[in-house]
Design a protein around this ligand. Structure first.
Ligand code: PHE
Length: 341
């Protein structure tokens, strides 16, 4: 028996050394280590040996099994390495093939424009103040000088949660929160965030949109400061040559109130489709903070003055990138979103 095992070992290792192709290895494994292989047969026949020979033969047979398994692994490894090397040599594995590009996410165009606006105002010393989306009627309207039943409420149809709680229709309620936090210190902030209005969705109006509110409160702040700030902002966003026009308007929380137009970026003011032949594009609303609002915020209107403005970032993006339908912003269509970025 021992002799048989020694022969088996010699023969098996010789055959293994002769295997040149990795796919022939398997038939070697079946022939020696498989269920009906030579070694398995030898192990089975141990039972027919005289009892005194069994322990030694059994030990030898098990050792042989380990030797063959280890040899198989080693041979497998070296054939595999050789196969890869051969592939590389013949070019079958083309390591110069460009990899697949992973699809990268990008910032939403509204986020991008918000960051741009924030950066421009940051250079003018404005800090970002965050205010809540879910508001009280008191802050969204009453403290901003819009009492119940005031006709100005009609312009901002509102999502009410209950009689007093609502989704803010504008970022202006943040003015009151900021003033109450900082009074009587001076303030120079912008308040970006989502606003909500219960409106019909069309190419020009959405039920959700961003606003960037601006607020400056302090001593001797005048309309000239407001104009300078807005001219600087517009030129940084749309080019040094831009001109602005201030039109009289009305907001209950500013007095005087203005709406601001810039000369048309498509036709330089000559008149075209974008500006509907007027030569001007409306970009924001603004004014001097109403004395009632200053008082509601905790500032003495005889001592302090301030200005405020409200910008629609989606509107700014639409003008800047010539987007003709506001619904694209929340439609999640990758063909739109992938153009920004
Ligand atoms: N809150 C106004 C709106 O939503 C915009 C505005 C802000 C006007 C601040 C003046 C001052 O229409």
């Amino acid at each position: 028996m021992l002799e048989h095992l020694a022969d088996l070992q010699r023969e098996a290792l010789q055959k293994l050394a002769a295997v040149e192709q990795i796919d022939q290895l398997e038939s070697w494994r079946i022939a020696y280590l498989g269920k009906k292989g030579a070694l398995t047969k030898a192990l089975r026949s141990l039972g027919s040996l005289p009892p005194e020979e069994r322990p030694v033969a059994g030990k030898k047979a098990n050792e042989l099994k380990q030797v063959l398994e280890a040899a198989f692994e080693t041979r497998h490894e070296s054939l595999r390495a050789a196969a890869i090397e051969a592939d590389l040599a013949t070019g079958a594995l083309d390591v110069t093939l460009p990899g697949r590009k992973p699809a990268l996410g990008r910032l939403h165009p509204s986020t991008q424009i918000l960051r741009e606006i924030t950066a421009v105002f940051a250079e003018m010393g404005f800090q970002v103040y965050r205010s809540r989306d879910v508001e009280l009627d008191e802050y969204n309207f009453r403290l901003l000088n819009i009492p119940p039943h005031h006709p100005a409420r009609d312009m901002q149809d509102t999502f009410y949660v209950d009689e007093e709680v609502l989704l803010r229709t504008q970022t202006s309620p943040g003015q009151i929160h900021a003033m109450r936090e900082y009074a009587p210190d001076p303030i120079r902030i912008i308040l970006p965030g989502m606003c909500y209005r219960y409106e019909q969705i069309t190419a020009r109006s959405e039920i959700q949109f961003n606003q960037v509110e601006g607020l400056a409160v302090g001593h001797n702040i005048t309309m000239a400061d407001l104009k300078g700030t807005l001219v600087n902002f517009t030129r940084r966003m749309f080019g040094e040559e831009r001109r602005l026009r201030f039109r009289c308007s009305h907001f209950p929380f500013t007095e005087p109130s203005v709406e601001v137009d810039m000369d048309c970026i498509a036709c330089q003011g000559k008149g075209c489709r974008l500006c509907k032949q007027s030569g001007w594009l409306e970009i924001l609303g603004a004014g001097m903070v109403h004395p009632v609002v200053l008082r509601n915020g905790g500032y003495d209107p005889d001592v302090y003055t301030g200005f405020a403005f409200g910008i629609g970032p989606e509107r700014i993006a639409m003008l800047k990138y010539r987007i003709d339908d506001i619904r694209y912003f929340w439609a999640n269509d990758l063909r739109f979103l992938e153009q920004f970025g």
